[in-house]
Design a protein around this ligand. Sequence first.
Ligand SMILES: [Mg+2]
Length: 350
Amino acid sequence: MPEQDNAQARGQAVTLGELGESGILREIFARLGPGREATSAEVGPGDDAAVHDISGPVIATTDAMVRGRDWLDKWSTGHDVGVKVVTQNLADISAMGGVPTGILVTLIAPSDLSVSWAMDFTEGLSRACQAAGVSVLGGDLSSSLGEVMVSVTALGVLTEHGTVLRSGARPGDVLAVSGPLGRSAAGWDLLRRSDAGWWPPESEAAVAADWVGFHCAPSVDFTQGSLAAKHGARAMLDVSDGLGRDAQRIAEVSQVDIDLDESSIQAMASRFADVLGSQAALSHVLSGGEEHELLATFADTTTVPLGWTVIGSVRSVQQASDGDQRIPTVYWEGKPLENLGWDHFESPAV
Ligand SMILES: [Mg+2]
């Protein structure tokens, strides 16, 4: 690779093994800009542990990505992976109604991983955190025999409006989403089709590139969760495994049925249909994962925040005619939605 040739010509280390741990950490620290305004009590990377100056209940979450399983190097850069692993975690803080404040990051990689990939990853992670006003507090670096794995633990705080759990949906609520669904799945679809030699015509190339960009490095508004809490959201999560599966999660823990609204979902799918066909488009909206927009229920349409789209309604679990309680279900066109989305252990890699 020309990049490696240049590095070798300048006498720079090309792999993590050549650079060594202290060299790697020096390069990483140089790329971690300030995320939020640090207080005098705050201690960031470089000491034995971080000190995070926040008050009140702390929200914590963690999420990891593995090369070959959660990303492919032929499709995603290190920068993309850095953005994506931060987004996944901060969306989970937001989905609780919280405000993300800091992250810890772990990189586990073989010694032959290129320094340029690791620094690209660090820059993606750092920029995503800066954009969200979140501090990179610290982390860990370890070696593996071949796998590249990245993991982020995110911390956040609650606002005065408290937490929003998955279990608060009630019959009569409306179901709403904070942004469009299907972009990540559409991007993944395009990447697979491009591997097979197909790419949309020039007139659709820009929007297609946007979807691919969103799939590889998703970016969402992490302030929407606390806004939804302020608006009285009763149940909420982020769409990480597909609308069907994630709506089913709300239905099950809230013990309700959910009817998805065909016209609003078809409208969402129409932007993909022209490029990818109507069947793929609908599938991407209903079951595409890694969207990270928020899915929430509200008491009525007047309380749904501006910019959100109502895509369904909540009702009591249907009783069978013999009186047996039926299981909470997500309905599409009056029938149980069958294709429920991504499962880490059932679905094929990437
Ligand atoms: Mg989540």
